[in-house]
Design a protein around this ligand. Structure first.
Ligand code: TRP
Length: 449
């Protein structure tokens, strides 16, 4: 039994980069394009942006209020604000969701690492689009290779989170986030030179509303939750480390704008290439991995750009994965009074086990599936479309209806210092717009509405 001191972020820039680092991840660069591609393009983008503003941002703020009012992890905070009430279930749901997300996230991060090594070895330069596809499939179908890379990723994240909040999480995010943005913008600019530029832009920005179904709407909602890191208490945990008063709604709006812009810029970088190299937009999770190497192969300094890109993507994945790991670690330290190190070892072992299952489920010969989906797709869909959205629905209901109103107002405005005028609209949105909106999307998906 060791008594761990609670960590704390030291600077406002550090907090902002840590929150942005959690939000910006594989969700923006890997998941967003593949979701958009599967859901027919521009119309999905519009739905997504509307939901970021109407549901996503209010929930980021809502989670921040919970963590800031309690300075506890995801289970402890609900217990403190509503002792003896079932709301604490949101915290346990978050822990389950954390495992399901990291279970496939670490596999994709493993793919990224593999592509990084390919880039370093200069293997894309002399491969055609179909050769790139073949070699990617060989890698995934081997089973053991993705597992090995996922293991490496888990160990790395465990090491960073083991260093604690200021020395690990804050420090890494501050350097890595800004570099990622610069590189992505360069890649998007390069897209203008590609033959498929106008086809890609049309796909991304020209909405075809006939493509919208209840699946599209739920997918867009799930993507909003996934990309903003909401619905499972990561923001609760991060805000519990913030000691300084900051203008909460403003700084979170900035993060939402950064996160959304990065997804759109990633779309601009990727879709023109998708059309140039004859890849199907609805290709699925492998979309980015099959598309971009072709772009790099064509570029003058492609060798270096490929390395930089996959390094950045890996970094984005790390800064996100460590936020989830930190959420679970904080919970374990608080609840079981174990050391940070012990907590990380147990949790990472669990995550790795799930990663093995999801990597193996992609091997066609093995035929491992659950409810007709391979475990990988199952974890992806289950966590984003159902677990996160449910967690978010209950969190909104909690903040709107169960949180002590005086404390809520005080926390929202930093004691009357900031954003007083935004408080009422926020309360309205978190009480009515978010719960009703999310509930309606669920009901229409099940076919009741
Ligand atoms: N937002 C991250 C991404 O886009 C993933 C992520 C990190 C996440 N923390 C989360 C998703 C918490 C849901 C909840 O890659």
């Amino acid at each position: 039994m060791k008594n761990e001191k609670r960590g704390e972020f030291k600077s406002n820039f550090g907090i902002m980069m840590a929150v942005a680092g959690s939000a910006v991840g594989l969700g923006n660069i890997w998941r967003f394009p593949y979701m958009l591609g599967e859901n027919g393009g521009g119309a999905f983008l519009i739905l997504y942006i509307v939901m970021v503003a109407a549901v996503g941002l209010p929930l980021v703020v809502g989670e921040f209020l919970i963590g800031r009012a309690t300075h506890r992890g995801v289970v402890g905070s609900f217990r403190r604000l509503a002792p003896g009430k079932p709301w604490v279930g949101i915290g346990y749901l978050a822990i389950v969701t954390g495992f399901t997300i990291l279970g496939f996230y670490s596999v994709i991060a493993g793919w990224t690492t593999r592509f990084l090594t390919e880039a370093v070895a200069n293997n894309f330069a002399n491969q055609s689009a179909s050769e790139i596809t073949t070699s990617f499939n060989g890698f995934v179908q081997s089973g053991w290779q993705p597992i090995l890379y996922a293991l490496g990723f888990c160990v790395l994240c465990a090491w960073i989170v083991g260093r604690g909040v200021e020395r690990g999480i804050e420090k890494f995010n501050k350097i890595l986030m800004p570099s990622l943005i610069v590189l992505l913008v360069l890649l998007a600019l390069n897209s203008m030179r590609l033959d498929g530029f106008s086809a890609g832009m049309e796909f991304l920005f020209k909405p075809d509303f006939s493509k919208i179904t209840s699946k599209t709407v739920l997918d867009a909602l799930g993507q909003v939750f996934f990309t903003l890191s909401i619905g499972m208490g990561v923001m609760i945990t991060y805000s519990s480390y913030v000691k300084r008063d900051e203008n909460l709604p403003r700084s979170k709006a900035i993060v939402a704008v950064i996160d959304t812009s990065i997804a759109v810029v990633a779309g601009i970088a990727i879709f023109p290439a998708v059309f140039t190299f004859g890849i199907a937009p609805s290709e699925g999770p492998s979309l980015v991995f099959l598309t971009l190497p072709n772009v790099f192969a064509q570029l003058p300094a492609g060798y270096f750009i490929a390395i930089a890109f996959f390094a950045m993507l890996l970094i984005a994945a790390i800064t996100s994965a460590i936020s989830i790991l930190e959420m679970m670690t904080a919970y374990a330290i608080e609840e079981f009074r174990i050391s940070r190190r012990a907590a990380i070892v147990y949790i990472s072992a669990g995550v790795f086990l799930l990663a093995v299952l999801s990597a193996l489920s992609q091997v066609k010969d093995l035929n491992i599936s659950l409810f007709g989906l391979n475990i990988f797709d199952f974890l992806d869909t289950l966590s984003s479309n159902y677990l996160l959205t449910l967690g978010g629905l209950f969190t909104a209901l909690f903040v709107g209806w169960a949180f002590d109103v005086k404390l809520l107002r005080k926390t929202f405005t930093s004691n009357g210092r900031y954003s007083v005028g935004f408080y009422r609209p926020f309360l309205f949105v978190i009480r009515f717009v978010v719960p009703v909106g999310v509930a309606m999307i669920f009901l229409s998906k099940i076919g009741i509405l």
